[in-house]
Design a protein around this ligand. Sequence first.
Ligand SMILES: Cc1cc2nc3c(=O)[nH]c(=O)nc-3n(C[C@H](O)[C@H](O)[C@H](O)COP(=O)(O)OP(=O)(O)OC[C@H]3O[C@@H](n4cnc5c(N)ncnc54)[C@H](O)[C@@H]3O)c2cc1C
Length: 485
Amino acid sequence: MPGPALVWFREDLRVGDNPALTHAVETGAPVLCLYLFDEESPEVRPLGGASRWFLHGSLTVLAERLAAIGGELLVMRGAARTVIPRVVEASGASHVLWNRRYGAEREIDAEIKARLKEAGVEARSCKARLLYEPGEVTTKTGGLYKVFTPYRNATLAYDPPPPPLPAPERIEKGSWPAAIRAEAIAIADLDLEPTKPDWAAGLRETWTRGEAGAQARLASFLDGPLSGYAGSRNRPDLETTSMLSAHLRFGDVSPRQIVHAALHARDAGRIPAEDYDMLRSELGWRDFSHQLLFAQPDIARTNMMRSYDAFPWRQDEAALAAWQRGRTGYPFVDAGMRQLWTTGFMHNRVRMVVGSFLVKHLLLDWRLGEDWFWDTLCDADPANNAASWQWVAGSGADASPYYRVFNPVTQGEKFDPAGDYVRRWVPELAGLPNTYVHRPWDASRNVLERANVTLGRSYPLPIVDHDEGRRRALDALAQMKKNAA
Ligand SMILES: Cc1cc2nc3c(=O)[nH]c(=O)nc-3n(C[C@H](O)[C@H](O)[C@H](O)COP(=O)(O)OP(=O)(O)OC[C@H]3O[C@@H](n4cnc5c(N)ncnc54)[C@H](O)[C@@H]3O)c2cc1C
């Protein structure tokens, strides 16, 4: 008599387009659903605060969704190498299914798969997280692409990816043995949400976690800002992007669901083709980052270009704290850092500017920025965060060259022309006229007085002069080249 099919949920907290779940149902066996919170395996990077908060919501909704179609989500805590084989043995599962991950954790998965196979259990892993997995789209010689544009062009030959799978209508629930049920814990017992202090009010206002929240956000993106996205996506003042990143991080939604919904809108003439192409390209960056992570699982710690090991980073706790708290004296940078702190999100253009400011104007190691984002972003992602920080620092694959130093004032004036984004997140500057909102130090005493701004008191003076910071950064680059020679 074959046993039940066990679905091990990880970063795929949805029932729609979830191949592991669908294939488990297709076995015809009763289905057991498990989420294992693993902070013990050395390959797993513990989640940051904002991600823990997000995970709590996505898990809660997944449990509800599964219950609505007859299933049940059991939650456990522990190291996967120990817990999964024990659960499989105790439950008598004859099939174990999961969706693949691409960082260092894949070592765990490979070991478990081998052990299960040895024990005569059918272990099956599926593609769910990406449009194309590392190794699916390769160079002519079979290698991984290191430059985005040829990678993206190569994916065009495969597009569109297969359509998403519908959610199973019904799950026949398997029964858990008492010993395993006794080890199960409530989602609340994972202590993922902050209590004292409860700093998550801004996050709650910003996100509706879980599958339904993701679908609602996708629908409103398709009906609204996706038209015109190619032209407007760089404007943080206009809310023109999808804000699907945290949902993608935890798998509330799949990239295939997004691509096919957007394709449908394009083919029905509801959005221009160029907007579809741009969205598809951004999702291509996501796949590309995962490919980089796959090739270098320690991408969050080790420079992809090893010449950067010789970079003369400074140590400056005060400057780091000013950056983290949004008190650098550059309004566009401070607005971004405060948006992040309050909502667990920051617009992509602003991420690039604050990142450049940290590694260039402040000459602080990109890993400090990556760590801060890891803790504060709801979408903090092992692939996208690390690859993007290395892109900003110039040490990554297809990176922005280090000598290209973003000017935080002109970036602000270009992408937040009326200063609305700054006024929203740096309210102490709200009374300044547009001309000065990105450069308050150029305003006359009268203008400042009228706006109720006292530089150095109500709002900081710049912690580093732009030209000086730029010169110092370029000197450091020259020094690195000498050190590395
Ligand atoms: C320093 C830095 C750190 C970053 N850290 C993360 C991170 O931890 N997690 C994360 O998901 N993204 C990260 N990004 C990429 C990008 O900023 C976010 O994906 C994007 O801002 C999310 O907003 P959105 O969902 O509205 O994007 P949209 O513009 O609506 O794009 C749709 C989706 O495409 C993907 N995408 C868009 N831009 C990129 C990109 N440049 N690289 C990879 N994928 C992309 C995301 O999954 C996004 O949800 C980082 C960028 C920088 C410069």
